[in-house]
Design a protein around this ligand. Structure first.
Ligand code: NAD
Length: 295
């Protein structure tokens, strides 16, 4: 018997999302809560649609009575012009991963940044985060940067193989959070930057099954540095292992993956999911043999 007479229809739009763990996380949690809840995949590759079709898919879902959609690569920016309203954080980030339909409106949110922030709060709550180095200035790195500055980092050094991308992200963070809060630099400057930092956040693909290895020279790590990796397949990346072996406080990428889903579930349903249960379920899913899935 359902706990609520309401039912929910949701889904995920993106390319190559077949192996995504998010549908299973949402549907299992809804089952546990006794809620009727379907979470469908709209895989652009399988549908042979271009990324620009995200607008048509949003319109179709709205018309069909969906409660909301998650949006992933490569549509998180492309979806913006198709929405009626953005949450302040989604607007600041210029990226949406969650769309909620209600009262005839489509409202964009970003639970990537809040997912990282909640995971950080849970796993590294009392860690010093005055000075932090962020490696990777792509989409996920932008969300992590927004979270760290929101949580109180006073100076974030953003490094990327592409120094212009690092500088661009730092400039947009300074606009949002104030001058002097972020600086961009080339990835080659990692040793000097980490030497002065309380923590290192990693947001490049290095460490995924398809891109194995350490994203930083091993000798930049030291026991009093905290390390947060956002790669989660595998959960124990080379970076996570090396940092743990040294005695660093470490956050793996699972928390961000789960809490983006926790926050989206609440936005879609108005019901608070059980985050601990979702974390336990995710741990069983992530051990499955498939690799390189997007959340
Ligand atoms: P992206 O392609 O948008 O950005 C990756 C950035 O890393 C690029 O700017 C690239 O130049 C830079 N880069 C690559 N290799 C580098 C290196 N060796 N040194 C310095 N910079 C380097 O990708 P994205 O969407 O930001 O995702 C990055 C990774 O984050 C993904 O591969 C995925 O594993 C992970 N991720 C995790 C979650 C989660 O919920 N835990 C969510 C999204 C992404």
């Amino acid at each position: 018997m359902s706990r609520t007479s309401q039912s929910f229809l949701t889904g995920l739009v993106g390319a190559g999302i077949g192996p995504s763990l998010t549908p299973a996380m949402h549907e299992r949690e809804a089952d546990e809560l006794g809620i009727r809840y379907l979470y469908r995949r709209f895989d652009l590759d399988r549908l042979e649609l271009s990324p620009e079709s995200v607008g048509d898919l949003v319109a179709a879902a709205r018309l069909a009575g969906y409660d909301g959609l998650n949006i992933t690569h490569p549509c998180k920016q492309l979806v913006l012009p198709h929405l009626d309203e953005l949450s302040p954080d989604a607007e600041a980030l210029g990226a949406v991963n969650t769309v909620v339909f209600g009262d005839g409106r489509a409202v964009g949110h970003n639970t990537d940044w809040s997912g990282f922030a909640r995971a950080f709060d849970r796993g590294l709550s009392d860690a010093r985060l005055d000075r932090v180095v962020l490696l990777g200035a792509g989409g996920a790195g932008s969300a992590v940067a927004h979270a760290l500055l929101t949580l109180g980092t006073t100076r974030l050094t953003v490094l990327d193989l592409d120094p212009e991308r690092a500088a661009g992200l730092a400039a947009s963070l300074e606009e949002r959070f104030g001058a002097g809060r972020a600086v961009g630099s080339a990835a080659a400057d990692i040793a000097a930057a980490v030497a002065e930092a309380d923590g290192l956040a990693h947001a490049t693909p290095t460490g995924m099954a398809a891109h194995p290895g350490l994203p930083v020279p091993a000798d930049v790590l030291r026991p009093d540095l905290w390390v947060a990796d956002i790669v989660y397949r595998p959960l124990e990346t080379a970076l996570v292992r090396a940092a743990r072996d040294l005695g660093c406080r470490v956050l793996d990428g699972g928390g961000m993956a789960v809490f983006q889903a926790v926050d989206a579930f609440r936005l879609f349903t108005g019901i608070e999911p059980d985050a601990d249960r979702m974390l336990r379920h995710f741990a069983t899913l992530v051990d499955a043999p498939e690799s390189d899935a997007r959340v």
